[in-house]
Design a protein around this ligand. Structure first.
Ligand code: FAD
Ligand code: FES
Ligand code: FES
Length: 478
């Protein structure tokens, strides 16, 4: 069934909004329509966490709680979800355990960031049974505080380990679950003035919409696209939301490859890829923040073709394939060659990325490095990735790719040639470092100078091969 009414759960009641403004952010709705002003706006681009709210989603007869940036998520995305705001944590006049902990440990000064921190910690409180330092730090990765400092906030979070984990949300869980099940069946098609929004539930429906609305923009997590509205102040006139399509939310593993469906949140992929390529998951741990990774997708990252898209050099080095669906056919394309120019891919109107396939290379060594100004929630200055097959101290095969070094994420073809069939000697490494200048002519921008980028790229190359030599116990002095 298709409906023009967005339904979501708020305070254990079903809220219905007919044909809402499809470009209105959840933040704007909460502050101006619900008149709940606890949720703040800082940056309006997903970077500060002041606007963090929590979304409850039905997952296998359970509720999955996710902290999200309400400043870059559009109101219709709330369809079939539960919305939880900082005001809703108080139960019968009593502060929530997370709020009490923040008070007791002096986790707030001016208070502007505090609702955001509370909501991030609330999501952590609901999703984990104990709170180790790493979990706490990950959970507040996307929240900035410019006055209190993080130590008291981390201490407040640690103190929650002593709590019995019960709250009004666990008490009311059955009611919420039943309500979520009641509203979870519909596809959405909205027309608001001249703006349209579609949220199909199946690939079939998606294909039909793309035939009738060929000028629509696809939107998944919206962590890139929505900034056109919030920062550039332009309208997105027709949107097709992909994250309601369960068929595209999957991770398939066999002994040859791992395949990730287009609407799979990055956070889900992060925990699975760790088994196969630990360096990949290390990069993802520093990818945006939990709020970003809760909604954004690997397909969205690929489709942006951003020269600093963090998964792209890794996928290039791993020789990933993308499965593209069009009007009548499915194509399996190598990612190599998919990026044709700055933020341009081979994708044509009416096509969408269905999934990404990453082959396993059991004999190979895979390494990846991200260099950015800050550890957390920052975009790469340079990102490097290496996929190496070593046989009897010689390099047999190699794929090297860099982000931040060109107008697209790109392989270092000349550099690769230096290594093939060579011993891993200092001479080879030095020659490869020099040759990198033939592969890339980076630019100077706000993040890094051209010179810095080239120097860092060379150093990462050296670092990688020193680590490989150490791991393989290779000693060569030629
Ligand atoms: C605060 C913040 C921090 C960030 N940090 C990082 C970072 O550390 N590293 C990094 O690489 N990026 C980062 N990003 C950028 C962004 O989060 C990523 O590019 C993300 O992977 C985009 O995925 P999405 O699902 O949100 O895409 P969306 O914003 O929904 O879409 C992005 C583009 O992809 C297209 N698209 C989406 N899905 C498909 C599909 N299935 N088929 C075809 N086209 C599709 C859309 O039409 C749009 O053009 C950050 C963004 C923010 C706001
Ligand atoms: S307002 Fe800064 S992340 Fe939303
Ligand atoms: S308490 Fe002032 S910004 Fe955090």
């Amino acid at each position: 069934m298709t409906s023009n009414i967005v339904k979501f759960i708020y305070k254990n009641k079903i809220v219905e909004i007919k044909n809402p403004d499809t470009n209105e952010t959840i933040l704007n709705y909460v502050r101006t329509k619900l008149k709940k002003t606890g949720t703040k706006e800082g940056c309006a681009e997903g970077g500060c966490g002041a606007c963090t709210v929590v979304i409850g989603e039905l997952e296998k007869n359970n509720i999955k709680y996710k902290a999200i940036n309400s400043c870059i998520s559009f109101l219709p995305n709330l369809e079939s979800k539960q919305l939880i705001l900082v005001e809703d944590l108080i139960d019968k006049g009593e502060l929530h355990p997370v709020q009490k902990a923040m008070v007791n440990f002096h986790g707030s000064q001016c208070g502007f960031c505090t609702p955001g921190f509370v909501m991030s910690l609330f999501a952590m409180y609901k999703n984990y049974s104990s709170f180790k330092e790493e979990i706490i730090r990950d959970s507040i990765q996307g929240n900035l505080c410019r006055c209190t400092g993080y130590r008291p906030i981390v201490a407040a979070a640690k103190s929650l380990n002593k709590n019995n984990k019960r709250d009004s949300f666990s008490r009311d869980k059955k009611i919420t679950l039943n309500l979520l099940k009641k509203i979870n069946k519909r596809s959405i098609a909205i027309v608001h003035n001249n703006k349209k929004y579609f949220a199909p539930k199946s690939i079939n429906e998606l294909s039909k919409i793309l035939r009738t609305e060929p000028n629509s923009k696809l939107i998944s997590g919206g962590t890139d696209l929505s900034l056109i509205v919030t920062k550039e102040r332009k309208d997105l006139n027709s949107l097709v939301y992909l994250n309601s399509i369960d068929e595209l939310n999957y991770i398939k593993e066999n002994n040859k490859y791992i395949e990730v469906g287009a609407s799979t949140p990055l956070i889900k992929f992060e925990s699975i890829i760790k088994k196969y390529f630990p360096d990949f998951s290390q990069i993802l741990k520093r990818y945006g923040s939990v709020q970003i990774r809760n909604v954004c997708t690997i397909a969205g990252n690929i489709a942006t073709a951003s020269p600093i898209g963090d998964t792209l050099p890794l996928l290039l080095a791993l020789d990933a394939k993308i499965i593209v669906k069009g009007k009548n056919k499915i194509q399996v394309l190598p990612l190599d060659g998919f990026f044709i120019n700055y933020r341009k891919t081979k994708l044509r109107k009416g096509q969408f990325i269905h999934s990404v396939r990453i082959p396993f290379l059991k004999k190979n060594i895979f390494k990846a490095y991200k260099i950015s100004k800050r550890i957390d929630d920052d975009i790469s200055s340079v990102c490097a990735s290496f996929n190496i097959e070593v046989n009897k101290n010689k390099i047999k095969k190699i794929r090297i790719a860099f982000g931040g070094m060109s107008n697209i994420p790109k392989r270092a073809f000349n550099c690769e040639k230096v290594f093939v069939n060579s011993y891993l000697s200092d001479k080879t490494i030095n020659k490869a470092k020099k040759i990198l200048e033939k592969d890339f002519k980076p630019i100077t921008d706000a993040r890094a100078t051209q010179k810095y980028r080239m120097e860092v790229a060379k150093n990462l190359l050296e670092k990688c091969f020193l680590e490989v030599k150490q791991r393989k116990n290779i000693r060569i002095n030629v």
